[in-house]
Design a protein around this ligand. Structure first.
Ligand SMILES: Cc1cc2nc3c(=O)[nH]c(=O)nc-3n(C[C@H](O)[C@H](O)[C@H](O)COP(=O)(O)OP(=O)(O)OC[C@H]3O[C@@H](n4cnc5c(N)ncnc54)[C@H](O)[C@@H]3O)c2cc1C
Length: 402
């Protein structure tokens, strides 16, 4: 259930695995499943049209025997009874249940519900933002996380003036470390974004149903024509709570096999997963993780539960800068840098107790891929070798494996 990254991947992978039972994909979205990452980048900029944004053609669902129920919201149900309750009455029966419910954009408590203050999560949101951007020359972005930063980059690429404010002293520092966040701050400023950190909105100024300006915590008043609130998401946990599943780590606790209860699996933004390689539970809000977990769940439903061991992987494209990240750093890791930091072609390895937990790469895909293999080996790797450009990291992989 949930027509996003997890749900769509699980449904199609089940058929690929030879599952021949009924598959019902229920989604509260009006649109059939689509590629969410396009919504802040290529689709928003008008470089990719609708047909490419959808994950499958409409006819593919019928061809694969997947019953797609759009615009339908699940409200609760009973795991023991094998039934889900759906908004407006009605029930859906199940033997196995997959929950991939994603999240809902957070709102600032004092932000007015005005027609020019937008959020970005769905295809509908992205269409509205795309249209609004056509009519404006200036965008105010609140929050310099991935969504805010990617939209800011897209808007600059469309020739718009962009003011982006961020409450933290350094953007993306919690997700990527302060040093990498500083690099992103420099990238945005050098591309013409007016980025103000350690800054919040103090007062909103409205005219009828439109926001016309804000007063910031630095005391300055800024005119606003179009505002994007991009301050993160709240995972959608109402249904898991109603089903009595265990809530932990900001999501639903699932075991190594992504199982929340007998016959019930969770993936994507809502899953707090006991990762068998990293040896701790993690919740990751990224696209490839959702899709791969969906496929892992399908394999478990079709073939019996096995630990899901794929490393988390995500990327972000901003301007001509590609960032990739494998693994999951815990915050207290040692950082080892490799490559050309100023030339924006580098990788950073994050180590804990001598083991690599994560590798972040900017315009350095090859190192990121090898780094993933080094993480999976779970063997100590020499820090000096990691940082030394004359060492071929691929040669360290077999040693780490022995
Ligand atoms: C604009 C944007 C750009 C992004 N770019 C990137 C990127 O570049 N790289 C990256 O790694 N990640 C990116 N992400 C994050 C990524 O898209 C998410 O992590 C991913 O979509 C999560 O998948 P999911 O299956 O958990 O949830 P979703 O894809 O959000 O799907 C959840 C589905 O569940 C449905 N649903 C929710 N509640 C109910 C209910 N009660 N009943 C029925 N249906 C329900 C929703 O309608 C939706 O269809 C981006 C996200 C956004 C919004």
């Amino acid at each position: 259930m949930g027509g996003g990254g997890t749900g769509d991947a699980a449904a199609f992978a089940l058929r690929k695995q030879g599952f021949d039972g009924l598959i019902t994909l229920i989604s509260s979205d009006r649109d059939r499943p689509y590629d969410r990452p396009y919504l802040s980048k290529e689709f928003l900029r008008g470089e990719v049209d609708l047909p490419k944004v959808f994950l499958h053609e409409e006819a593919d669902y019928a061809k694969q025997g997947i019953e797609l129920q759009l615009n339908r919201k699940v409200t609760g149900g009973s795991i023991q009874g094998g039934k889900l309750a759906v908004d407006g009455g009605g029930e859906v029966e199940f033997d196995s249940l997959v929950l991939g419910l994603g999240g809902t954009p957070r709102r600032l408590h004092d932000a007015p519900r005005a027609e020019n203050v937008l959020l970005l999560r769905s295809l509908r949101d992205s269409k509205a933002l795309r249209q609004a951007l056509e009519r404006t020359s200036r965008l105010l972005v609140i929050g310099a996380g991935f969504i805010g930063a990617e939209v800011a980059a897209s808007a600059r690429q469309l020739g718009k003036e962009v003011l982006m404010i961020e409450a933290a002293a350094v953007p993306l520092s919690r997700a990527l470390s302060a040093e990498v966040g500083e690099i992103y701050a420099t990238i945005h400023r050098s591309r013409g974004v007016d980025l103000r950190t350690a800054t919040t909105v103090q007062n909103w100024h409205s005219d009828g149903n439109r926001v016309v300006g804000v007063t910031l915590s630095d005391g300055r008043r800024e005119e606003a024509d179009l505002v994007l609130e991009a301050v993160g998401i709240e995972p959608n946990l109402d249904v898991p709570k109603a089903l009595g599943l265990t809530i932990e780590g900001g999501g639903v606790r699932v075991d190594e096999a992504l199982r929340a209860a007998e016959g019930v699996y969770c993936g994507g933004d809502i899953a707090f997963h006991a990762h068998p390689v990293l040896g701790r539970s993690i919740r990751v809000e990224h696209w490839e993780v959702a899709k791969n977990q969906g496929r892992g769940i399908a394999a478990n439903i079709a073939g019996g539960d096995k630990p899901y061991a794929k490393l988390p992987y995500f990327w972000s494209d901003q301007y001509d800068v590609n960032m990739e990240y494998r693994g999951n750093a815990s915050g207290d890791d040692r950082a080892v840098w490799r490559g050309d930091r100023d030339g924006l072609a580098f990788s950073v390895f994050y180590l804990r107790d001598g083991l690599i937990d994560a590798v972040l790469s900017m315009n350095d895909s090859k190192t990121n891929e090898v780094g993933g293999k080094l993480i999976e080996r779970r063997r100590p790797v020499s820090e000096s070798a990691l940082g030394n450009m004359s060492v071929d990291l691929a040669e360290l992989v077999p040693a780490a494996a022995s």
